[in-house]
Design a protein around this ligand. Structure first.
Ligand SMILES: Nc1ncnc2c1ncn2[C@@H]1O[C@H](COP(=O)(O)OP(=O)(O)OP(=O)(O)O)[C@@H](O)[C@H]1O
Length: 727
């Protein structure tokens, strides 16, 4: 509940200018001044927000706590009233007890003074405690609101905005808004009431002297006004500088391995120093401005006090005033200064907080790229008879020929889809980019089918995965699940039925058990509502993860965290497979499941992947063409277009991109380009199961040279040096 000087003291000079360009953060406003809602398409843009608008946008968050705010105000009024009465009692004591030297005249006013002081102290204590509680609740609510909004924003929003800056917005800027909306309102109201009481008491004592003093009040106003503009600018830059420093620190921590491996410590330190210098300049400038303002107000107060004492001396000498009255009058005027000074300071704090408001509104105004369809519940019956694609504004596709009854999928209740996936003439470009990442792409896949999607880097494979999960809607064409366009399905329903295994295994900061359990919907971070330990172990066994997890000292309770995982890439991949097993969705999208794994580790995840894919519609995005050999169909993409489709054998027979990619793969370049034979009945299925060097499985077969615990057996290396054959 401080008037904000402490926070501003951390602010900076010219961070904004730098951040606009080189370091990839939000540019200054000017030509970039953004329309509300446009921010998801580009780095967050700065839109100037007036104090009134900032207040209007955030005030609704106080709903539910407004009665407490009123109580805080009443307590503040009570405390100010107690202070006023105490000063009057002090005047009484001076005149009746001190000046006359009468001890008997001391007790009554002294007793009253003590009672009033205690009442004031209780009111002050309760008021401040309640104010702090309300303020923190506001902060929690605002942070939750921001966090939940951030979670709806599309992947490119995070690619284009620095995480550190977003973190700073979630912390520093949220605090600034609290100072504006809660502390600001409470302190300003308390200051107004205190000022009114003291002014009224001063007028009551000597209205003529009081009026003379009040004439000096505009001086305070002028002083405050002259600082407002400058402080707002410095605060705006400082908030950005805070974000830049946090970003550099966060990126430094994430990239610590790169930093150490490439001896980049000095570069990183210099980067931090550059941002810190910018922050330092703003911080010092802000502190100087605030201090200058404080000192100016002190001088003005001294002028006022000297005027009062001068007038008081004249009045006492003329016998028109007692010493007690003069002291009380001086006290009231003296007490009047802090609330007035507070009001001025609060004005500056509020102005500074608008810089934080601008940064938060930029996030809140960024729109998710996709939302739940408004009519997903009501249109269930209609969608079973006509093609919803026909009237979908985003769809340029022809109506689907067969639309199955879809009511179950259209409902928000978790229902299992059959798993028919169909893309119809899908075209898409990323927001802010002119290049079409996917162009006129069509394909279909059903349960039990394995589709491999391959192509050179940048061909649009991962984009297709993003479209399938409906992170984005196509610009033209449609993607359907069980015949229903994705944009007609609730998002939760799509993601319940289509599981994505992204390239990079995503890990929660939690136990391995929870990292697997979170695959099931509503399995909370710390609760296991609908997942038992046995479920987790079963999934881990099927993913060939149980062995190495059990071998860890803390087993399933072993804590892992993003970026600091104690597990190898292959082990993490198997945790992700166990998670997907538990999720048990009818459609699977595997984006480069073997990325970053050496040949042996890649081989070890094939069997669990095969078990995972069983009976599901599986789309595997991969450069790893040995995975493609057993696919039912291979789609070859190039520059967003489908250029070839067929089985491995068919595509090899036709010369074309697939054959070139297959020939160019590392194993082929090493002179071992023999395509793996399609698994026959004896080998038991797809993806090389039954190959002699296949990784160990929970059923007990063991890979030569490797152990289930992840340890490397004698004579073999993790890099697969002993791998007998290319696969
Ligand atoms: N967020 C984005 N904003 C703009 N363009 C993007 C974005 N993400 C990808 N692209 C572009 O879309 C095209 C397809 O990218 P995509 O990541 O889908 O390729 P890919 O085939 O998965 O590549 P890789 O095999 O290297 O992962 C590329 O030209 C890429 O530059």
């Amino acid at each position: 509940m401080q008037a904000g000087t402490g926070r501003e003291a951390r602010l900076d000079g010219d961070a904004g200018a730098r951040m606009g360009g080189e370091d990839g953060t939000a540019p200054e406003a000017g030509v970039f001044a953004a329309l509300p809602g446009a921010a998801a398409d580009a780095p967050i843009l700065t839109r100037r927000v007036a104090l009134k608008e900032a207040f209007r946008r955030f005030w609704p968050l106080t709903k539910g706590d407004r009665r407490w705010l009123i109580l805080v105000l009443l307590l503040a009024i009570l405390a100010a009233l107690a202070e006023t009465v105490a000063i009057l009692l002090f005047a009484q004591l001076t005149d009746n007890a001190l000046q006359k030297g009468s001890v008997s005249a001391f007790w009554s006013p002294a007793g009253k003074w003590l009672a009033v002081a205690v009442a004031g102290a209780v009111a002050g204590y309760l008021g401040n405690s309640l104010a702090a509680w309300t303020a923190e609740r506001f902060v929690m609510r605002l942070r939750a609101r921001l966090f939940s909004h951030l979670q709806t924003l599309p992947p490119h929003f995070y690619q284009r905005n620095r995480h550190g800056d977003l973190l700073e917005r979630m912390t520093g800027d949220v605090d600034a808004i609290e100072e504006l909306v809660i502390s600001g309102v409470v302190e300003a109201s308390a200051a107004v009431f205190s000022a009114l009481f003291y002014a009224a008491a001063a007028l009551w004592l000597r209205w003529d002297l009081a009026l003379v003093t009040f004439f000096l009040a505009p001086l305070f106003y002028v002083a405050t006004r002259s600082f407002t503009g400058r402080l707002k600018e410095v605060s705006r830059r400082a908030r950005k500088a805070d974000g830049a420093v946090t970003s550099v620190v966060e990126e430094g921590l994430v990239n610590v391995v790169l930093t150490q491996a490439y001896n980049r410590q000095r570069d990183e330190e210099q980067r931090l120093q550059r941002e810190a210098r910018t922050w330092l300049r703003a911080s010092v400038r802000s502190a100087r401005l605030n201090q200058f303002y404080e000192e100016l107000v002190e001088v003005l107060e001294t002028v006022c006090v000297l005027v009062i004492i001068g007038m008081g001396a004249w009045e006492i000498s003329a016998g028109r005033m007692t010493l007690g009255q003069l002291l009380a009058f001086a006290a009231f005027i003296g007490y009047l200064f802090p609330p007035i000074r507070n009001l001025g300071q609060l004005g500056l704090t509020a102005v500074a907080a608008t810089a934080g408001a601008e940064r938060l509104l930029e996030i809140l105004d960024a729109k998710p790229s996709v939302t739940d369809p408004a009519d997903s519940l009501t249109s269930a019956s209609e969608s079973s008879t006509t093609s919803p694609a026909a009237d979908s504004p985003t769809s340029g596709a022809k109506p689907s020929t067969t639309i199955p009854p879809a009511a179950s999928l259209m409902s928000t209740a978790p229902r299992r889809a059959v798993g028919e996936v169909e893309a119809q003439r899908v075209t898409f470009h990323y927001p802010g980019s002119r290049h079409e990442a996917v162009h006129d792409l069509s394909f279909a896949a059903g349960p039990g089918e394995l589709l491999v999607i391959t192509g050179p880097s940048g061909a649009g494979k991962s984009t297709l995965a993003a479209l399938l999960l409906r992170f984005y809607d196509p610009d033209a064409g449609s993607i359907r699940l069980d015949g229903i366009p994705l944009d007609r399905l609730p998002l939760a329903q799509i993601r319940r039925n289509i599981t994505l295994l992204p390239q990079e295994v995503l890990v929660l900061h939690d136990s391995i058990e929870q990292n697997i359990a979170c695959g099931r919907d509503n399995a909370t971070h710390d609760g296991r509502d609908n997942v038992t330990h046995d479920d987790v172990v079963r999934a881990a066994r099927a993913a060939d993860a149980h062995g190495f997890v059990s071998a860890l000292p803390d087993g399933y309770d072993t804590e892992i965290a993003p970026g600091t995982s104690r597990l190898s890439g292959g082990q993490l991949q198997r945790i992700a497979i166990a998670r997907a097993m538990l999720r048990d969705a009818p459609v699977l999208v595997l984006d480069e499941p073997t990325t970053g794994l050496d040949a042996l580790a890649a081989q070890r995840i094939l069997a669990p992947l095969r078990r995972l894919a069983e009976g599901r519609t599986t789309l595997v995005i991969t450069h790893h063409l040995d995975l493609a050999a057993d696919a039912d169909r291979i789609l070859v993409l190039d520059d967003g277009r489908l250029v070839q489709s067929g089985t491995h054998t068919e595509l090899l027979q036709r010369s074309g991109l697939y054959a070139s990619l297959f020939e160019a793969r590392p194993q082929a370049r090493n002179g071992a380009g023999r395509p793996p034979a399609r698994a026959g009945p004896s080998s038991g299925g797809r993806w090389g199961e039954g190959a002699p060097y296949l990784g160990s499985t929970e059923s007990g077969s063991t890979v030569p040279g490797s152990t289930e615990s992840g340890a490397v057996a004698p004579g073999a290396t993790e890099s697969g040096a002993r791998l007998p054959e290319p696969w």
